[in-house]
Design a protein around this ligand. Structure first.
Ligand code: ADP
Length: 318
C-alpha cells in the first residue's frame, strides 16, 4: 500500500518505446507535498518520458509510480484528477482570449458550472493576466502565454503540477518572472510541482530538490546545495602579506585541506568545503600573526556535480 502523504513516488520505472528505444531504466525518486522538484538533464535524457508516464499520457514498461498513493497504471482516472500537466507546446487557442481559453479548459475538466467563473478569475489574477484576460492570446508575449498555460493546468485544482520544460523559449527576464510566479504559487497554493529542465540555473534557483538524469538513469539526487557539497573541490585563494611559506605549511596540515599551492603572494588551496573551512583558516593564521589581505573562493556549480556523476560537462550537451 502506497502512502498518501507522498506526493509522487516512482520506483524502478522503465520505458521502452515500440521502436526499441530504452528512454528510461530503473528510475526511482519521491517528491513530498509542497515541494518544487526538478528533473534536470540534457535533451534526450528521458525527462519527458518520465513525466508523461506520471501524468498517465504514456504507459510504463516496468516499475511503478504513485501520485498521492494512487497507482498511475491501475487508477489513471484518480491520477488525472490529482494532477495537472503543462506540455512543452500546448493547445492554447491563439485566436481566443486568455479568459476564453481558461473557460473552455474548465469545461473540459468538468469544473462544476457554478464554480467556473470565480475559479477562472482567481487563476487569471494569480498568474497576473487579469488586465489582459479579454485580449486575444496571439497578442501575448511568450511569458504571458506560458503563464496562461500554467493556469490552464491548474483549472481543476490538482494537487500536483507537472511542467515539461516550462521556461524553454522564454527570454531571461520572462524566465525569471516565471520562476518567481512558481515560487509564489508554491507558497500560496501549497502546490507540488515536478518540472523538467535542461537549465542548470533554473534547477539551482527554483527547485527544493532535484534529480539529475542522464541517458535514462538518475545519477544523483538531493537539494542543489547538498549535491554541490558532494564535490570535494572548492578552491580557496588567500593573499598573504608575510611569511607565506609558514602559512602554506600550517594550512597543508589543516583538516579538510586537500592540497596547497603557493603562487606569488597567494596560496591556492583545494578544500573539502570552502565555506566551512574559512573561519578555521583565518584562526590558524592569526595565531602566528599572519594576515590575510584578501580571499576568494569558487563554489562548485551544478555543472561540476553533473561532471562528477556523468563524466562529462552539462553545458556541452545543450
Ligand atoms: P528529454 O525529455 O529528456 O529530452 P525524452 O523523454 O523526450 O527526453 O526522450 C528520451 C529518449 O526517448 C530519446 O532517445 C527520444 O528520442 C526517445 N523517445 C521519446 N519519445 C519517443 C517516442 N514516442 N517513440 C520513440 N522514441 C521516443
Amino acid at each position: 500500500m502506497q502512502k498518501k502523504e507522498i506526493a509522487i513516488n516512482v520506483e524502478n520505472l522503465s520505458k521502452i518505446y515500440k521502436n526499441g528505444v530504452k528512454a528510461i531504466s530503473g528510475v526511482s525518486f519521491s517528491v513530498n507535498f509542497g515541494e518544487i522538484f526538478g528533473l534536470l538533464g540534457p535533451n534526450g535524457a528521458g525527462k519527458s518520458s518520465t513525466v508523461r508516464i506520471l501524468s498517465t499520457l504514456s504507459n510504463l514498461s516496468d516499475g511503478s509510480a504513485h501520485i498521492a498513493g494512487q497507482n498511475v497504471t491501475k487508477s489513471p482516472t484518480e491520477v488525472r484528477l490529482l494532477t495537472g500537466y503543462v506540455a512543452q507546446s500546448t493547445g492554447v487557442d491563439a485566436w481566443a482570449t486568455g479568459k476564453e481559453n481558461l473557460l473552455l479548459q474548465a469545461q473540459l475538466e468538468r469544473v462544476p458550472r457554478k464554480k467556473i467563473n470565480k475559479r477562472v478569475d482567481n487563476l487569471l489574477e494569480w498568474v497576473g493576466l487579469s488586465s489582459v484576460s479579454r485580449k486575444l492570446v496571439k497578442t501575448y508575449s511568450g511569458g504571458m502565454k506560458r503563464r496562461l498555460e500554467i493556469a490552464m493546468g491548474l483549472v481543476h485544482e490538482p494537487k500536483v503540477l507537472f511542467l515539461d520544460e516550462p521556461s524553454t523559449g522564454l527570454d531571461p527576464e520572462s524566465r525569471r518572472k516565471l520562476w518567481n510566479d512558481l515560487k509564489y504559487l508554491q507558497k500560496q497554493k501549497k502546490i507540488t510541482v515536478l518540472l523538467t529542465t535542461h537549465y542548470l540555473e533554473e534547477a539551482d534557483y527554483l527547485c527544493d530538490r532535484i534529480a539529475i538524469i542522464d541517458k535514462g538513469k538518475i545519477v544523483a539526487k538531493g537539494t542543489p546545495s547538498d549535491l554541490k557539497s558532494k564535490i570535494s573541490s572548492d578552491i580557496v585563494t588567500l593573499e598573504i602579506d608575510n611569511q607565506i611559506d609558514l602559512a602554506s605549511n600550517i594550512l597543508t596540515n589543516l583538516h579538510g585541506v586537500n592540497s596547497t599551492n603557493v603562487e606569488d603572494d597567494k596560496i591556492v588551496l583545494q578544500v573539502n568545503n570552502g565555506k566551512k573551512i574559512l573561519p578555521s583558516l583565518v584562526l590558524e593564521l592569526q595565531k602566528k600573526s599572519i594576515n590575510i589581505v584578501s580571499f576568494s573562493f569558487n563554489s562548485p556549480s551544478l555543472d561540476d556535480v553533473y561532471l562528477k556523476f556523468t563524466g562529462h560537462r552539462f553545458e556541452k550537451d545543450n
